[in-house]
Ligand binder design. Structure first.
Ligand code: NAD
Length: 419
């Protein structure tokens, strides 16, 4: 993983690349490359032993031209202001690619949650939610889960907000547990959109996914669900999966559910006895497979690794898993990269459905969620491919940004300028 590449600079480079193909003024472009505002705060929280600790936390509201800011909250020791800014920008373009009425935001706390008790994490989360209170709201900014956060943290944020505001407003966050106003199908939505993108990509490239070989880097919410659906719905062989402990491999395909069960019990994929071999993450990323799904963190594949990537197709479940240099090398090498802003957009799309259900206080069946999600991802894919062909664009990523920037720039232009 390349730690030297600043993800915010990567985002700006991606926008500049796409801007070459769109008629958009530099004033608009500058606005589309920077967040509208960033909250940086220090949370002072009492630990179980009575001592106090200070945690750096951020919330970036990148752009609200198409609707309320929307995006996850990440708990990770590597969280930085620029990372949060980049992730919030990717949310803007992701929501535009799948055409849901949101802008983009993102938050994070610089913390390794493993080092803290559940009670400490609850106090840290509630302290963050208190700082966020003036910024968030169902029509303002709607947080959601990201790396190392889930239903539990969302329920804490919702409860803190509702208590402080003296109201009930489940739509202030998404990714909640079902009993607290969550949507059916939300937990699996990101992995499902990765599978749908892979399905459409194989169809577009005239490749048969049945029996195709697949490697998945990262086996958390995004990666493990994507692997499960790619195996069960596309009939592909998921031959290798990894997490931060390393990778496991079997040439005939792994039982993706059994690996997940093993990781749930032991905390790692390594040691799984259905594998024929263990590999390093680097070996997994350079394997000769039909499809590679990076589903861990950003900058997983840098220029050096990109030269050795053996996959024909990459579908990005993680946000920003390729550095811009790696992206360029892979484009030159004719590796087809289907970008994060479409492939992992299932999470935010079903978050949107959750918010719609919260606003209506009327809840959908899982079948309806799955059907509506498929429509948004397939239409998003078609829009991207149309732009790629019509404008003869160099990559599907550039196509996604062209489609998204045009949508955001149109909304901005239609709003006029004030004061
Ligand atoms: P997660 O915490 O559930 O899983 C992350 C996984 O990556 C873990 O298995 C971890 O061990 C592994 N990992 C970490 N460092 C690694 C490394 N160097 N090599 C290999 N594996 C490594 O997180 P998640 O929610 O699955 O998110 C993963 C990615 O997907 C992130 O980029 C996130 O922004 C993106 N994403 C997630 C969602 C969602 O709904 N969960 C939605 C959109 C995008």
């Amino acid at each position: 993983m390349s730690g030297d590449v600043n993800p915010f600079e990567s985002l700006q480079e991606q926008i500049d690349d796409a801007a070459e193909y769109i008629d958009v003024g530099t004033d608009v472009l500058e606005r589309l490359k920077r967040p509208e505002r960033v909250l940086e705060t220090n949370l002072t929280v009492e630990l179980d032993d009575g001592s106090l600790e200070v945690f750096r936390a951020y919330r970036s509201q990148f752009n609200g031209d198409r609707g309320p800011y929307k995006g996850g909250v990440r708990y990770h020791p590597g969280v930085t202001r620029d990372e949060v800014k980049a992730l919030s920008g990717w949310m803007v373009y992701k929501c535009a690619v799948v055409d849901i009425p949101y802008g983009g935001g993102k938050g994070g706390i610089e913390i390794d949650p493993i080092d803290y008790s559940d009670a400490e994490l609850e106090r840290i989360t509630r302290s963050f939610a208190t700082e966020l209170r003036p910024l968030v709201g169902a029509d303002r900014d709607i947080p959601a889960p990201d790396v190392n956060t889930g239903q539990r943290e969302m329920n804490w944020i919702k409860d803190t907000y509702e208590t402080l505001e003296g109201t009930t407003e489940p739509g202030v966050v998404t990714g909640k547990a079902i009993d607290s106003g969550g949507s059916r199908g939300r937990v699996e939505a990101t992995g499902r959109s990765t599978m749908l993108t892979a399905r459409e990509a194989f169809d577009y490239l005239d490749k048969d996914p049945a029996g195709a070989t697949v490697a998945v880097q990262g086996y958390g919410n995004a990666g493990s669900v994507a692997a499960k659906f790619i195996e069960s719905e596309l009939g592909a062989d998921v031959v290798a999966v990894s997490d931060s402990s390393g990778a496991v491999y079997h040439p005939d395909g792994l039982d993706t559910r059994a690996v997940k069960q093993f990781k749930n019990e032991t905390g790692a994929v390594t040691g799984y006895d259905g594998a024929s071999e263990e590999l390093t993450n680097e070996e997994l990323l350079t394997m000769d497979v039909d499809l590679l799904v990076p589903a861990a963190l950003e900058n997983a594949i840098d220029a050096d690794l990109a030269r050795d990537v053996g996959a024909d197709v990459i579908v990005e479940a993680a946000n920003g898993p390729l550095t811009p240099d790696a992206d360029e090398i892979l484009t030159d090498r004719d590796v087809h990269v289907f970008p994060d802003v479409l492939a992992n957009a299932g999470g935010v799309t079903v978050s949107y459905f959750e918010w719609v259900q919260n606003r209506q206080r009327f809840y959908w069946t899982e079948e309806r969620v799955v059907e509506e999600l498929e429509r948004h991802i397939v239409e998003g894919f078609e829009g991207l491919v149309d732009a790629y062909e019509e404008k003869e664009l160099p990559s599907f990523r550039t196509a996604a940004y062209v489609v998204a920037i045009e949508r955001v720039a149109d909304a901005y232009a239609e709003s006029g300028t004030w004061p």
